[in-house]
Design a protein around this ligand. Structure first.
Ligand code: HEC
Length: 190
């Protein structure tokens, strides 16, 4: 328990007790998203502030990406042969994921993707899609990957404009506000 070194003067309280306090502290992390499952050992559980920073990163990226997709669709996509914002997003996300620590994917939530590869791949994404479809505003998990804590987050993509239906005809069947897709993030917690 290296992280307890700084509380050396508090040894009277007892290491076990502090350990318990730390665990409570981590488990009580506020969850703006609907559900939060926790994994990892006490040693790998990240600090509350670090988790909050990763959530802010997800929020910022999500805002930029969604605004961009809508703007590109609005201004540049006029017919089915134009380069779709969906295609742009898939390519952009692939390049971003390969270039750095933040991983991001655009996936389908309807069961009928344009491109077979754009589907929920692992348990986190499959579970998250179910939660989003059931009305959750988002889904997240804190997990350990390669010994390091990461925040995984899934945010919903609704049919934001009529033009989306031009290429994804079945989006017309979606209820108001129902997610037809999701953006899947994996962001380091540092
Ligand atoms: C011009 C046609 C076109 C328009 C308009 C369009 N898309 Fe797409 N979309 C595509 C194509 C093509 C792909 C597959 C891209 C790839 O994998 O390279 C795709 C992929 C997607 C995906 C990933 C899942 C899948 O089906 O492969 C989502 C989610 C998505 N689009 C949502 C939207 C939304 C929301 C809008 C409206 C803002 C929109 N699309 C508008 C053509 C379009």
């Amino acid at each position: 328990m290296k992280r307890l070194a700084h509380v050396g003067s508090l040894t009277r309280i007892g290491v076990a007790k502090i350990g318990a306090m730390l665990v409570v502290c981590v488990w009580s992390v506020g969850t703006p998203m609907a559900v939060s499952a926790q994994e990892g050992t006490a040693e790998t559980k990240p600090r509350k502030k670090a988790v909050e920073r990763s959530r802010e990163t997800v929020k910022m990226l999500d805002n930029i990406f969604k605004q961009t997709i809508v703007l590109v669709t609005d201004k540049y996509v006029h017919d089915e042969d134009d380069f779709a914002a969906g295609s742009a997003a898939v390519l952009l996300f692939k390049n971003i994921s390969e270039a750095g620590e933040n991983k991001v994917r655009l996936i389908d939530a309807t069961g009928d993707p344009y491109e077979a590869a754009n589907v929920a791949k692992d348990d986190f994404e499959k579970k998250g899609i179910k939660k989003l479809k059931a009305g959750a505003p988002g889904y997240e998990e804190i997990v350990t990957q390669d010994g390091k804590p990461v925040l995984r987050a899934l945010t919903p993509v609704p049919v934001v404009m009529q033009k989306c239906v031009m290429c994804h005809a079945h989006y017309a069947d979606a209820k108001e506000g129902e997610p037809i897709g999701a953006i899947s993030y994996t962001v380091p917690i540092e």
